[in-house]
Design a protein around this ligand. Sequence first.
Ligand code: F6P
Length: 574
Amino acid sequence: MTVAHRDGLALHFDCHGTTETLTLLNRHRFQASFPQVVAANGNAHDAADSPIWRRMNEFSHHGRTLPRSRFRVYRAIDLPVGEMQTGKHLPARSRESPADEYLEQAFIEKGLLLSRLIMVSNRVTLPAGVAAAGGLAVAISDVLRERSGVWFGWSGKISNRRSASPSVTTEAGVTYATVDLSEADHLAYYSSYANGTLWPLLHYRLGLIAFDHLAFDGYLKVNRNMAARLAALLQPDDVIWIHDYHLIPLGAALRDLGVSNPIGFFLHTPFPVAEVFCSLPRHEILLQAFGAYDLIGVQTPTDARSLASSMERVAVTPPGFGRRNRILPLPIGIDTANFAELARQGVRSADTSRLKSSLAGRDLIIGADRLDYSKALPNRFAAIAVLLTDWPETRSSFTYLQITPPSRSEVPEYQRLRRELESAAGRVNGKFAECDWTPIRYVNRTTPRSKLAGYLRIARVGLITPFRDGMNLVAKEFVAAQDPADPGVLVLSKFAGAAYEMNSALLVNPYDTHEIALAVRNALKMPLLERRKRWELMMDALQRNTVATWRDAFLRALTEAARPAISQPEPRVA
Ligand code: F6P
């Protein structure tokens, strides 16, 4: 037996076993994670000079067709290495049981470090590129900043030149692999199906759905093409994590190509109840596609129940390879400490000072959302009008800054919304403005995160009232950005996923403009003690569930679900 160790983690390898364990381990990560290996005779070797390392190289040089590695991971536990060599502290079970049983611990505890993480999302933010709008891109960047790997997806470019392989660039340990879309593919996959059909469906907006069979076929085709290009980059030890509704069929397309790696999927949007989802023509195909994943993460328990009940209506086939197909509610977090620091610094920036002095002592109410009908912006503007009408004493006492970068402007519904918002802001301002004050400042541009963080910190009220939202990371960022000594108040839609954790916010029904107006008025008047109490509870939740805990929980659950079942199958929703 040989022991590789690093810090408290030790892995035992039995060179006479016949399991496939080590083929799952990435050699380079092995060396990085376990600089030293202790052989059974007690001699210590540098990892690169150890018998295990040599065997790993031997196997990997022969590529995928070689017989499985003959090492067996016995156990990964925190024991002094000396004790582990004798094996005397291992429970009897661990000396006898097959490696499978201990893979879980080896992988789940720290062994996850040993596999390469492949993140897949529709959009990829290249290191030199402009950050994509929306929380997903930020979350993936945060995950990859701490844990290197590959980020695969659409380049954001439309090009009719066909290229079989993705463009690849590596920076700071992350490999970015991107593909362009042809004009026809972009129209069918992104504009028509993902954003013209799935997006309204997932947000309960049946009236806005445009279903077109050709667009659906185009969506499936792009997913198949992406699968072919991704499959060519994969190594046997990779763990694949696919994100969002654009790529629901990607896992199934990879399985069709013979990919047996663990594949997880995370849905960042809400998932509607089965009655709504199953009104989608050809919904069976998408529900079957969900079956290809070892793990499906969703934002809330409600989403998990809705997806499970939709899948129950269709006889969904599990991923195969003896593995589970689990659905788990795992609310996405933010990099709380980092964002709080960004806000602390941002407040001292010239931009924030400029904003502050322009307020002339008035309270700042702030909203920041992509231009999207799910965000209920016309209702927010209407609620401001109600506030100024029903509580005239609030006139001239605040400025509402709404930052709304345009998005999906090629989709007709978004073009209509843009026009509607411009005239709604104009109407409210025209009615209530004074010569030295306008109630609404509507900014239709992207604002860098560092700037936004400073703005959020000086705001008295965060006004975030979408009709539906998977999570809404801006709501979390607003909380993280606050000054603990004098925090602002979050007015939040009860239909945003964030409301589950941020339940000390003033929760409102986004359809009720009077309720929103009242909540804003209460927020403006809220005494410091109550503001602090509410903020502390929310900040506590944000510190417990960060983007790093979300990542680790997802990868742990994925590894567990992908481990070949050795006992009874578990229920689908955990
Ligand atoms: O959060 C949902 C989402 O669609 C993400 O997948 C995406 O990154 C973001 O909104 C922005 O949307 P788009 O890429 O269509 O501009």
